[in-house]
Design a protein around this ligand. Structure first.
Ligand SMILES: [Zn+2]
Length: 358
């Protein structure tokens, strides 16, 4: 049995703002925390989304941007190199944008031991609030331990205009908790992992929050508000657990494998959701039906069917997935899972829509 950690600090975001018009108030949030000198990391096209509101709010509160970067690379060496070349006396690192800008900003803040404020402009996965950064090390994607954000600012006016595929990906990353949590529990039952009931509860609650409260219209502001909160809570569940277990199981292994075998990988959450449904079937997961129904109601299957995954690639990923993480029990560790999955891919009506020949 693996011993549970008994001396551990858990950090959660101190500042959390989710709502309309939040970017236009970021100057005030920084000012209130006496963060008067900052470095800003942005995505390539982020300025178009947030200006002039962002500059105006910073000017109003006399916040100094000591450095502003447009992030194109998430290469660890490049990030480390530029982190230590930043001006001294920074009060915070601010990341605004999609995946890359936030990963680079978060890791920079971790290296410099500065508070990190993140403002995601899309909600395509739960990475923005997680304690890790997805980076490239010698060309390979790795998840490097970094730090939880000090602050999270999500402007729903910006999320509202984000493309639908990002929202589908965000929901996909959320529903994957259904399989991740069961993989984790089974790994614990076999003595391979410690288990945190509190982290598990947070992850389940984040799912409930998203789907029990209201309609399944992904364009509705209230749905997007819940998606933002759910993804945030999922990140916190990982921090509480001290691992990515509450948010990542067999379905994430398949998605990671797809990233390496596919000619053109789909968005993370899209791959994860499809893999999660397959893994739920393999697990005989009691929530399999729920998972399929939720994704049907929000239009996910139709969306995924419009750009399906090639069967060849999916099967190659399935073969590779169990070896992606060493000593990591999931349903894919079971000897008959591969054969059972092949049968499901050929026969399950939903899987046949999204995993096709060619
Ligand atoms: Zn994920």
């Amino acid at each position: 049995m693996i011993a549970a950690p008994n001396t551990k600090q858990i950090s959660i975001p101190y500042l959390l703002k989710i709502g309309n018009g939040k970017i236009a108030r970021i100057g005030k949030y920084l000012y209130d925390k006496e963060m008067m000198k900052i470095a800003v990391f942005m995505g390539k096209n982020t300025a178009n989304l947030i200006e002039p509101r962002f500059s105006e709010t910073l000017n109003r509160y006399k916040i100094e941007i000591a450095e502003q970067k447009s992030v194109e690379s998430i290469d660890l060496d490049a990030i480390a190199h530029s982190a230590f070349a930043l001006p001294s006396g920074l009060d915070a690192i601010v990341g605004i944008g999609g995946g890359k800008a936030l990963d680079a900003a978060k890791y920079t803040a971790f290296l410099l031991q500065k508070p990190y404020i993140c403002a995601p402009t899309i909600l395509s996965n739960d990475g923005f609030c997680s304690p890790g950064s997805s980076l490239l090390v010698q060309g390979k994607r790795v998840s490097a331990r970094s730090k939880m954000p000090f602050g999270i600012v999500i402007d729903l006016d910006i999320i509202k205009v984000s493309p639908a595929n990002y929202l589908y990906s965000g929901v996909g990353d959320m529903v994957s908790k259904i399989t991740a949590l069961l993989d984790w529990k089974e790994a614990f039952n076999r003595g391979y992992e410690h288990f945190s009931d509190f982290a598990s509860m947070l992850a389940y609650n984040s799912l409930d929050l998203l789907f029990l409260k209201h309609s399944y219209d992904i364009y509705a502001t209230e749905f997007q508000r819940s998606l933002a909160s759910s993804l945030t809570t999922s990140g916190i569940a990982m921090e509480v657990a001290g691992s990515s277990r509450p948010a990542s199981g067999s379905e994430h292994l398949i998605s990671h494998a797809l990233d390496s075998v596919s000619a053109k990988p789909k968005l993370h959450g899209v791959q994860v959701a499809i893999a999660s449904y397959l893994c739920a079937l393999l697990q005989n997961n009691p929530n399999t039906h729920l998972l399929r129904e939720i994704l049907e109601k929000i239009g996910f299957w139709e969306f995924a069917a419009s750009d399906p995954i090639a069967k060849k690639e999916f099967i190659a990923a399935l073969g590779l997935a169990p070896s992606i993480k060493r000593d990591y029990y999931t349903i894919l560790s079971e000897k008959d899972s591969f054969e059972r999955a092949l049968v499901l891919i050929e026969n399950d009506e939903t899987l046949k829509r999204v995993i096709v020949d060619g």
